[in-house]
Design a protein around this ligand. Structure first.
Ligand code: SF4
Length: 219
């Protein structure tokens, strides 16, 4: 395991390689929630296509909440698992309107991160990663989503034990990452996982954090 004290060095090295991304909201919280559900088991490009088709059919999120599951599923068909995703989207949007009176997500301002995650994950199909994406990407809160790249790279770097689960990874990485660095570290772990620390064959010879990595296969 890497000592958490060395984490700032990892973050800096990744920023030197990939830049320090500055947070800005990519979607509203409702749109981020829907997009992240749509991105389950498919690529971001497919999810974006499904999102555009859904918005074309139902321009307001409260219309999506009121639409029949079959209609939502028909709009998002190209992204796969359309029936399940349609149920998750409708259930979450309907539930938030029922509980909070609308979809502004202002209610999250009065909730701590743990409480917000607990509330959002109370809806079927909304996991910790989805809730964390809403909080980080739409609201700029220091919550670490753990996707397949973050999980793999953090394990290889020794930031997580081999037996860590996605859920425990979310807690551990959130606890050891300085709040100001969560966005940058998340984005750069994903970039690093896609470009260098790939699932099949990591390119350790061109890795910016190789000297710190206990899993290096550099020869
Ligand atoms: S040294 Fe290899 S295994 Fe370690 S982070 Fe870099 S690419 Fe991944």
């Amino acid at each position: 395991m890497i000592s958490p004290a060395r984490l700032p060095v990892v973050i800096k090295r990744l920023e030197r390689r990939y830049g320090r991304p500055e947070w800005q909201p990519r979607f509203s919280p409702a749109e981020e929630l829907v997009f992240t559900i749509l991105s389950q088991n498919t690529t971001d490009a497919n999810a974006a296509r499904s999102l555009a088709a859904l918005k074309q059919r139902h321009p307001r999120w409260r219309d999506v909440a009121a639409a029949p599951v079959g209609g939502i599923a028909a709009a998002i068909r190209s992204g796969g698992l359309a029936g399940a995703k349609a149920r998750y989207i409708k259930g979450a949007l309907e539930g938030i309107i029922r509980d909070k009176g609308g979809l502004s997500f202002k209610f999250l301002e009065t909730m701590g991160n743990g409480e917000a995650i607990h509330y959002l994950t109370s809806f079927t199909g909304v996991g910790v990663k989805t809730a964390a994406c809403v909080l980080l990407f739409a609201l700029g809160r220091p919550v670490m989503p753990v996707d397949t790249h973050v999980f793999r790279v953090a394990k290889r770097l020794g930031l997580l034990e081999a037996k860590a689960t996605r859920e425990s990874a979310h807690r551990i990485l959130g606890a050891i990452t300085p709040a100001d660095d969560v966005y940058s570290f998340h984005v750069n772990l994903v970039r690093h996982g896609r470009r260098v620390c790939k699932a099949g064959r990591p390119l350790c010879g061109s890795c910016a954090v190789e000297p710190l990595c206990p899993s290096s296969r550099k020869t």
